[in-house]
Design a protein around this ligand. Structure first.
Ligand code: MLC
Length: 462
């Protein structure tokens, strides 16, 4: 048995769809997938409470295998042939995902707390180890797309950790997979519990590309990838060393007040209708407070005229120019950039202005999700190199806390990959009310400032 940080490995197997259940399948990447090729693997883990018994793990594995029959791209590999060829996804009979079971002696109740004060590097032991990239004789890199790990906390609970490549699935698609696995587990491996209309759709033929985005993105990808180390196994230890992770909550009452305040102030100051949703105000509130918490001394004022960006992905499945089923499995996200001068964000009405601009971007999607799409990748490179951007992962719409393996709602969900990147994670409140949870990691001194401003900002609403 191998020992690793705070966990003991007790089982390590490969899980594939049932033999012969899925034919060899080639899935071309669509232009929606290309922006996510450059993204490090996503990590998520809900913590359901249960006392683990000997018969739960075999059912978890069997139900996973049955689920993968429908969600086979996750068991596939990303094939990256040499330039200028395009990467693609390939499933072959017998392809599998690594599934590891570990035991942890850490304090479960402390881990699921919001202000856990846990060493973020310690949390990494709940993220599955990433299998190495293989290189074939014709120089094609073969990249796995998903790894899973179950951590058992004796007599307290379990934690399911997933690490997946964004190029195979966006948040909607991955959440569909997790909920389907949970349903098959709950129904004791009765695959018929997935209604036909709820099965994932793998048909990419409906995705039209009148703007030639695929060829633009292929060029962008090769420009960037040639100087890029595809180290998907990175644990980000260096970036996590001085950071602390905290989950903040904006409950329903504060949320309603914040939306009212934004609506009233926008009506007073700006003409026209403003889109004031939970997503919009939560993002504006967090973005502005993050920028404020970065201010250390007068020298930071030199930056005041610089443009900062908030970047959010928008699901396009239901948009008229895309029209894919809600069950489409893959990526179907527009990348939305919201610019704002730092001085405006730090001004008295910074949150109102940020909300207006984010809301405006959401509204603009109604008149075309592909406006400016040719810059989705190149702009990302530009603004991420400047370091003046904040991004959001997750969405209350993904309903992370509805993932129920039959043990009730998860006690906590975390998206640890954001800890290294400086973005924040947004999901619905676990109590089921109308509020949101916001997870982020910052250096301790900045977190102290952020926490003070965030909580004070909430107090000021009442
Ligand atoms: C673009 C969006 C973010 C915008 O969100 P919004 O909630 O603002 O937008 P929406 O259009 O759905 O509007 C819903 C809100 O508007 C209100 N609303 C709608 N129409 C209205 C009308 N006519 N009058 C008044 N209010 C109205 C609703 O009550 C609701 O508010 P209220 O909310 O107050 O009830 C979203 O549409 C979206 O795409 N979400 C999914 C993003 C996603 O998939 N993210 C995951 C990325 S992958 C990822 O994250 C992986 C990883 O990194 O780990």
């Amino acid at each position: 048995m191998a020992q690793s940080h705070s966990v003991k490995v007790i089982d390590r197997v490969q899980v594939s769809p049932p033999p012969g259940s899925v034919p060899t399948t080639y899935l071309p990447l669509t232009f929606f997938d290309f922006p996510w090729l450059l993204c490090p693997p996503m990590e998520q883990f809900p913590y359901p409470t249960l006392y683990l018994t000997n018969n739960i793990l075999p059912i978890l594995k069997n139900s996973l295998s049955l689920t993968l029959q429908h969600f086979f791209p996750l068991a596939s590999n990303l094939m990256c042939p040499p330039s200028p060829q395009k990467p693609y996804i390939l499933y072959k009979d017998g392809d599998s995902i690594p599934f590891t079971v570990v035991e942890s002696m850490l304090d479960f109740d402390q881990l699921i707390g919001d202000h856990a004060g846990v060493d973020l590097r310690e949390l990494q032991c709940f993220v599955p180890k990433w299998p190495p990239t293989r290189v074939t004789s014709d120089d094609t890199r073969v990249v796995p797309l998903l790894a899973l790990q179950v951590a058992v906390f004796p007599n307290s609970g379990i934690c399911i950790g997933a690490k997946f490549c964004h190029v195979v699935a966006d948040g909607m698609a991955f959440s569909h997979f997790m909920k389907s696995w949970a349903s098959i587990f709950r129904s004791r491996e009765d695959i018929a519990c997935l209604e036909k209309s709820m099965l994932p759709s793998h048909d990419r033929s409906g995705i039209k590309d009148p703007l030639g985005l695929e060829s633009i993105f292929t060029k962008d990808w090769w420009n960037w990838a040639s100087s890029w180390d595809y180290d998907l196994g990175s644990t980000y230890d260096d970036q996590l060393r001085d950071k602390v992770g905290v989950t903040f909550t904006i409950g329903q009452t504060h949320m309603e007040r914040l939306k009212d305040l934004v609506s009233i102030k926008c009506m007073e100051n700006y003409p026209g209708q403003v889109h004031v949703s939970t997503f919009v105000v939560a993002c504006a509130f967090t973005w502005v407070n993050m920028i404020k918490s970065q201010e250390k001394d007068a020298s930071d004022l030199l930056d005041n005229d610089k443009v900062y960006y908030f970047v959010f992905p928008a699901d396009c499945r239901h948009r008229p120019e895309v029209k894919l089923p809600a069950t489409y499995f893959g990526n179907c996200l527009a990348v939305c950039y919201v610019p704002a001068k730092k001085s405006e964000l730090l001004g008295e009405n910074g949150i109102i202005m940020a909300a207006r601009e984010i809301g405006k971007k959401v509204k603009e999607l109604e008149s075309g999700v592909f406006v400016g799409a040719e810059k989705w990748i190149s702009k990302w490179k530009e603004v991420s190199e400047q370091g003046r951007l904040v991004t959001v992962a997750g969405s209350p719409k993904l309903r992370a806390y509805d993932t129920d393996f039959g043990w009730g709602r998860p006690k906590k969900t975390e998206v640890p990959h954001i800890y290294a990147s400086g973005s924040f994670h947004l999901c619905e409140c676990r109590d089921g009310g109308g509020g949101v949870e916001i997870g982020l990691a910052l250096p301790q001194d900045q977190m102290d400032v952020f926490s003070g401003i965030f909580e004070q900002g909430k107090q000021n609403l009442i």
